[in-house]
Design a protein around this ligand. Sequence first.
Ligand SMILES: *Cc1c(COP(=O)(O)O)cnc(C)c1O
Length: 416
Amino acid sequence: MVRGFEYKRGQLHCEDLPLAEVAGRVGTPCYLYSASAIVGNYEAYAQACARVPVSVHYSLKANSSLGVLGLLARRGAGFDIVSGGELFRVLQAGGDPERIVFSGVGKTSDEIDYALGAGIALFNCESDAEVELVNRRACKRRLRAPIALRVNPDVSVETHPFIATGLREHKFGIDIVEAEELYCRAARMEGLVVKGVSCHIGSQIFDIQAFVEALRKILALVERLHGRGISIRHLDLGGGLGVGYRREDASPTIDDYMQALSRELAGRGLHLMVEPGRSIVAQAGVLLATVLYRKRSGAKEFVILDAAMNDLIRPALYESYHDIIAVKPNQGPPVKADIVGPVCETGDFFARDREITPVAPGDLVAVCTVGAYGFVLSSNYNSRPRAAEVLVDGAGFTVIRDRETYADLIRGERTV
Ligand SMILES: *Cc1c(COP(=O)(O)O)cnc(C)c1O
């Protein structure tokens, strides 16, 4: 997977742009993304298989900034949305509604109406009740809604328990055995067209065999459905491919993953859809921060940054590891420190007992591999304005989101 960050002449660059230049012009904390890394990862999905028709639906819950969506929309990407707000974002960014798939266990009737009006490609339905609701809303408009059932293939994967989704005990999807009856009922509903089968077994998965196992179970379902007169053309395998968070981590490549899927599908006349999020954007982004203070408490050493858990909650929420590197590394022996933010919570840390090159107040550091589930999970906790976002292209950059102001913090509020 493409990262887009490397040291040149002693300082960290994103593509051909020194990170220090962005900090000087935009300030910190700031999220910074490499356009060529994002596009490179997208193209790796889009161009992986010659033998099987593939469409790539970027899952924008990983990073939904308009600048990122626009970049992908211009390359013809499809999108996987999980809310009406995400549909709005895709349309604002110039995305093609006919390449949108709508996932999620709790779609409201307003969201279904909005998506029907926009003419999206596919509703991935997750329950009987949802199938019936989509049917009713479509009948009302004299439309036929394209649907797939998100089935739960009951494969277990090794990942953090908060992001595993493919077991029966999870809230997601419809049991793959029970799905058969529901397909038969949906096929008779006036407001629906049955198009496909979908699944999504979780996130940050390294074991390609788990995806292959899910795909085989789905192919068996497709055959059973065929036997009952229901023909399926589209298989949506969801997202979930893992990425390496440590520089030295070896992760399966997008190409390995796509080749494994296409081997299963060759010659079957089926159309493969994928919904990658993390593997397109995670490594393409860093959070740029300034060291405010160094502090010692007993035997412990702290590096205090101007970025905090409100900017990046992943370490506190998922115990995630992120490399933290100096933008201009100083000489000298490394220090071992907790790298923390200014928020009043013990959970406000980026790393604990981490060895890094010596840093001094005023130095810039980059928290790596935060392009996915980074900014989207940020908040205004402690009344901290949210960070700016910058998209780098070659030696130039665009501010794709302004840093919030204090006035932004109270927008829509009033005293009584
Ligand atoms: C979260 C999600 C994805 C994307 O998962 P990644 O691990 O970011 O690739 C795709 N499809 C569905 C339905 C999801 O919920």
